[in-house]
Design a protein around this ligand. Structure first.
Ligand code: KG4
Ligand code: ZN
Length: 356
């Protein structure tokens, strides 16, 4: 059984084919991602109109490449899965309309998938002939999912597929958003997670004392205070007061200071996540802990988790942490296997604010 997954929630056009192997495991047959990132960099963030137009331009060739890489034709595809939300309306629209058209033209079942949930399902891909480093075995239930992306920071406890409980989420900025904002303060390119973590390798993670948010609810997060503390630290270290606009900072900070701030911020952001994961592990005793979303690619986070979590943890390939069609196809495969309700290809609409 093969599922084609379509992802267009933001600036990545992702199409992938996932097969349910005879042993029930998920095999990644192809995963093609075309990003319009280059077109957004000069604006310091994703421009929705540009992203939507790019999806239109590349959708057909990306789909064809995904079929070619998987070595199959449309006849071999048993179901279509598409990201319905959350995401940018214009971007989601292109994926949803493509999926609806395919489902009608080919007469295949259509599944509407939650993007945020999809990030966790990237970890269910355990087999491939492609050049990806995948976990040895799929996660087991109960499973603690740590969803950390540009738009979400959530701790979710899964009892089984589609049976989960939200333990807590962020009250303000998502952790990926904090990386992006810190990058802006330091004058580093978007996406901030990549540039901050790269520069952090050369910095001293203890050079700056940055605060961790103290919240009364143990599984909630807050990253806006940490971001402001980074701004204050940068203003102080350049000998200025807090009235200095952040736009003036990149030119005043030395490379050393930028590296030290990056490393200190990254240490505290990761420590905050790991602390709560350990707490939840102690309370709920999951058999697996899984991280998903763009920030799951972060090496410092992986290092801290592996070192401190009293449970062996497997990570998926970094390429499957950021947005891709494979995670949507993987979650779609379980929709199909569990006979979840199919979407109506004549009426399915994108939901930009879809929540778990
Ligand atoms: O999951 P994703 O591709 O898109 C969303 O659904 O939001 O996540 C993008 C986020 C961005 O905020 C980016 O800065 C962050 O993931 N990110 C990272 C790393 N790579 C991407 N954050 C920390 N370390 C990384 N290596
Ligand atoms: Zn995402």
């Amino acid at each position: 059984m093969k599922v084609l997954g379509l992802e267009t929630s933001c600036d990545e056009t992702g199409v992938a084919v996932v097969e349910v192997a005879s042993n029930g495991r998920l095999r990644l047959l192809s995963n093609i991602v075309a990003s319009s990132l280059d077109l957004h960099i000069q604006y310091g963030g994703v421009v929705p109109e540009i992203a939507a137009r790019s999806h239109i331009e590349v959708m057909l060739p990306v789909m064809q490449k995904a079929l070619d890489e998987a070595g199959c034709s449309w006849d071999d595809i048993d179901a279509i899965a598409v990201t319905q939300g959350a995401g940018l309306l214009g971007s989601l629209m292109i994926g949803v309309l493509t999926a609806r058209t395919l489902a009608i033209a080919l007469g295949k079942p259509l599944y509407a998938v939650n993007h945020v949930e999809g990030h966790i399902y990237a970890n269910f891909l355990t087999e491939t002939a492609l050049n990806y480093s995948l976990p040895q075995s799929p996660p087991e239930f109960p499973m603690l999912g740590v969803i950390i992306s540009g738009g979400h920071t959530q701790l979710v406890l899964w009892e089984d597929h589609f049976k989960y409980r939200m333990l807590g989420q962020t009250r303000d900025d998502a952790v990926g958003e904090a990386f992006d904002k810190v990058a802006r303060i330091l004058g580093l390119p978007y996406p901030g997670g990549v540039s901050v973590s790269k520069l952090a390798e050369q910095g001293d993670p203890f050079a700056f004392k940055l605060p961790k948010a103290k919240l009364d609810k143990p599984y909630e997060f807050s990253f806006s205070g940490l971001k402001t503390a980074v701004l204050r630290a940068a203003q102080e270290v350049t000998g200025n007061d807090y009235s200095l606009p952040s736009t003036a900072l990149p030119a005043l900070l030395t490379e050393r200071q930028k590296a030290d701030i990056s490393a200190s911020f990254q240490r505290v952001a990761c420590d905050t996540l790991v602390e709560k994961v350990i707490l939840a592990h102690g309370e709920f005793h999951p058999r697996s802990v899984i991280i998903g979303g763009g920030v799951a690619a972060n090496q410092e986070l992986r290092r801290q988790l592996s070192e401190r979590l009293p449970l062996p943890i497997e990570y998926t390939d970094q390429k499957l942490c950021t947005d891709n069609g494979a995670m949507i196809a993987a979650l779609g495969a379980f929709h199909h296997l569990r006979q979840r309700s199919q979407a109506d290809p004549h009426t399915l609409e994108p939901k930009p604010n879809l929540v778990m």
